[in-house]
Structure formats: structure tokens, C-alpha cells
Design a binder for this molecule. Structure first.
Ligand code: G3P
Length: 411
């Protein structure tokens, strides 16, 4: 059998599900043997992939997260558009088979699909049912409702909220949820000559509130580490946690209490809220430079991955949303959401009404821009910097990075 390799960023419980899908693909046919290798987190996997491509020993498939999409799509010649790869190998492909939110996040400006959607997510509010009952509060749908509930949760002995991944949840998805423009040039889709629009009153006001919540003991800030914020929820110190829908499967195993999921809260009266969130997670890219036979193996695997049964399995085990309409229908038909209504919230949020600024963004060096955001959020939270100063820095450094990207890759 022809061997094909897949470098991915799924570890822990998610890695186990990837291994199972890999084994299932290998058992389903005998022409190809897929080897899946975990390369650490999203950033590590992307760095390893770029280094391997430069050294001419790139794997066949690499998983690249949302923040890295622009970099890989603009690196002309590095990847083979998935749409071409599938068509060349006679695998039926119709972009309309995918749920709307997924369709264009990994497509080029002409709408051609470049990356194969795989693990798509959205931020969810996870809540501890007993904590909310003790405090006598309902799940907050808006930040105004959160402000009413927070003191009661504190009274009941809980920190009201923690959150993982500030750039993703409280920057990118803040803009989408309120239908606010994130960057010039159509959120970066029309040109690499682009500037960030984060330095705005709505977003700064949100962060001033977050800082005030922290100071009042309503918001737990455990640094940038995803796990530390999630752990505070698992250990029942915080009553609610905002994280990825992709954490649903893992939490179901680790939380020793009853929890539910709800949509990402929004500020009533700000922008055009509530609108659908951006698609999160990652997709799979086929590196170029491989033989036609290996490329055929990649196409066969992508075909396997898109089957409603595979998608449904992945969705059920992990909490990542079903990315094709057929998989979503299968889950409904199977009664999955009747048995587990909290598992449908992610896909429902992604299916909420969209607006001009909910389709996604395409910004180069965005992985580095997130690093700037993480650093500045730390400073706001630790009281080292005012919100205004932090946002001025974010704007200046982000625009510097965008300019550098444009100078290198202008299109
Ligand atoms: O944790 P994930 O896989 O849902 O990804 C969240 C963000 O989109 C990563 O950039």
C-alpha cells in the first residue's frame, strides 16, 4: 500500500478520536496506509509543517488552524487546492454540500476551496447547572444579564466566569457576534493591503468591563493557557466557562457534575448583535510535491472523512460541529440531539443569521498578531496597562505585521 502521512494538532481525547478515524480508513481499503502523527498544538504543527516544506520533506496532509489560513493560502505553490485534488481524482465535490459558515473560510477569493474543512468549532458558554441553581440565576444570553447574575454567583461561592483563548473568543468572535468589521479590505479577503480595526469603542468597552469583572471577583483570569481556565471550571471554582465546542466531548468525560451549553453572550444594543460567529478550529491542507499516487491517497482519505458517518462519529465524540449538511441531517435523524440537546448548540449558533462581517477574516501573520493580543490582555488583566494603551499597542503592532506580510506576499 502507498503510505501517506498526516501531521495534526489533536492531542489528548481528540488525538484518540483521530487515531480511531485513521484506523477505520486503513481498514476500509488496502491501496493506501495513512499514518497520523501529532505534532503538538496548532502553532507547533504549523511551524513544523513550514520547516518540513522548506527542507523538502513535507507530509502529505497538514492540519492548519483558522489563524494560519492566510499564511498557508498565500504561500503560493506550497499546497494543492483541495478542490483541484478531489476533482483530479474523480471525487465528487460540491461546495454547497458544506454548511454555509464553513464554505468560504478556507476558500480563496474566487471561492475555490483550498483547505479541506475538518474540525470546525464555535465558542460556547458551558455552565455548571448546580452552581446556577444555587445562585438562583438563569444562563445569561447577554452580557447585561451576566452582570446581573455575577454578584449572585459570587454570593453562592463561585467566580462567575472564566474563558479560554482571548484572541479567538473576545476579539475575533466579539466582532462577528456583533457584526462589526474586523479589518479593512473586506476583513482582508480582498487584499493583503489591510489594516486591523480592533481599536474601536465597542471592543475597548467590553475589555474595560472584563477588567472590572475581574477586580470585582466575577471573572477568573488564569493566564493564556487554555487548560488552566478550563480546569477552574472542571474543579467547580468558576460557574461558567467559555471555550470551544470541540471541548464538549472531553468535558463530558472529565466533569464530575452536570453541565449545559449555551450561546456566546453578546452586548444588547452593540453593533448588530446577535449574529452568527466565525467558524473556528482547523482544516486539512494537502502539501504539494508528492506523487500522483500519494495525492490519490489523500483524495481517498478526504472522501472518507467527508462521509456523513465519519463526520457524525467525529462530531459525537468531540463536539466539533458536523461540517456537511448530510452529517447534520444524520445526527438529527439518529435522535442525537433529543438525547443530548447541548450537543446541538454549536451548530445552531453557526446557523444563526449572518451579517456582512460574520463570514470570516483573512489576515497574514495573524498567528503573530494573536501573540500581541495575548501579551496585551495579560497587561490589562494585571493592571500594568490601561485598556486604551493596550489597544493602541495592538493596533500599531498588528498593522506593522500586516504591512510586513503585504510587502512579502502582496496580491
Ligand atoms: O479549539 P478549537 O480547535 O475549536 O480552535 C479554536 C480556535 O479557532 C483556534 O484558533
Amino acid at each position: 500500500a502507498t503510505e501517506i502521512t498526516w501531521w495534526h494538532a489533536m492531542d489528548g481525547a481528540l488525538g484518540g478520536v483521530v487515531d480511531q478515524i485513521t484506523a477505520d480508513f486503513n481498514a476500509s481499503q488496502s491501496d493506501y496506509h495513512l499514518v497520523a502523527v501529532n505534532k503538538g498544538g496548532y502553532e507547533d504543527t504549523m511551524t513544523a509543517g513550514i520547516a518540513a516544506f522548506r527542507a523538502k520533506n513535507q507530509p502529505n496532509i497538514i492540519q492548519i488552524f483558522d489563524a494560519g489560513a492566510a499564511t498557508i493560502i498565500n504561500a503560493k505553490g506550497a499546497v494543492k487546492p483541495v478542490q483541484d485534488l478531489l476533482e483530479e481524482n474523480n471525487v465528487k465535490f460540491d461546495i454547497n454540500d458544506y454548511i454555509p459558515g464553513v464554505r468560504y473560510f478556507y476558500a480563496d477569493s474566487d471561492g475555490k476551496m483550498i483547505g479541506m474543512p475538518f474540525n470546525s468549532s464555535t465558542p460556547l458558554l458551558y455552565y455548571n447547572k448546580e452552581a446556577l441553581a444555587k445562585a438562583g440565576v438563569d444562563v445569561p444570553k447577554t452580557w447585561q444579564e451576566f452582570e446581573e447574575a455575577a454578584p449572585k454567583l459570587k454570593e453562592a461561592g463561585y467566580i462567575a466566569l472564566a474563558q479560554s483563548h482571548s484572541p479567538w473568543i473576545f476579539f475575533e468572535n466579539f466582532m462577528s457576534r456583533h457584526n462589526l468589521q474586523m479589518a479593512t479590505a473586506n476583513n482582508g479577503y480582498d487584499s493583503t493591503d489591510v489594516e486591523i480595526l480592533y481599536n474601536n469603542e465597542a471592543l475597548k468597552d467590553h475589555w474595560q468591563h472584563v477588567k472590572d469583572w475581574k477586580d470585582a471577583g466575577y471573572y477568573g483570569y488564569y493566564g493564556r493557557a487554555w487548560g488552566a481556565n478550563q480546569d477552574a471550571f472542571v474543579q467547580q471554582q468558576v460557574a461558567m466557562w467559555i471555550g470551544s465546542s470541540g471541548s464538549f466531548g472531553g468535558l463530558r468525560k472529565s466533569a464530575q457534575f452536570d453541565f449545559g451549553t449555551s450561546t456566546l453572550p453578546y452586548w444588547k444594543g452593540v453593533g448588530d448583535a446577535p449574529k452568527s460567529t466565525f467558524i473556528g478550529g482547523a482544516s486539512l491542507f494537502a502539501f504539494s510535491g508528492h506523487s500522483a499516487e500519494e495525492d490519490a491517497g489523500v483524495a481517498a482519505f478526504f472522501q472518507f472523512l467527508t462521509k456523513p458517518e465519519t463526520q457524525y462519529y467525529w462530531h459525537k465524540e468531540t463536539g466539533y460541529v458536523p461540517i456537511t449538511n448530510a452529517a447534520y441531517e444524520l445526527a438529527k435523524k439518529d435522535g442525537y440531539y433529543k438525547e443530548s440537546p447541548d450537543a446541538e448548540v454549536g451548530i445552531q449558533q453557526l446557523s444563526e443569521e449572518g451579517g456582512d462581517w460574520t463570514k470570516g477574516y483573512r489576515l497574514g501573520f495573524y498567528v503573530q498578531i494573536r501573540e500581541v493580543i495575548y501579551r496585551e490582555v495579560d497587561k490589562i488583566m494585571n493592571g500594568e496597562e490601561t485598556v486604551d494603551a493596550a489597544f493602541n499597542t495592538i493596533e500599531e503592532e498588528a498593522n506593522g505585521l500586516l504591512k510586513r506580510f503585504n510587502d512579502t506576499y502582496s496580491n
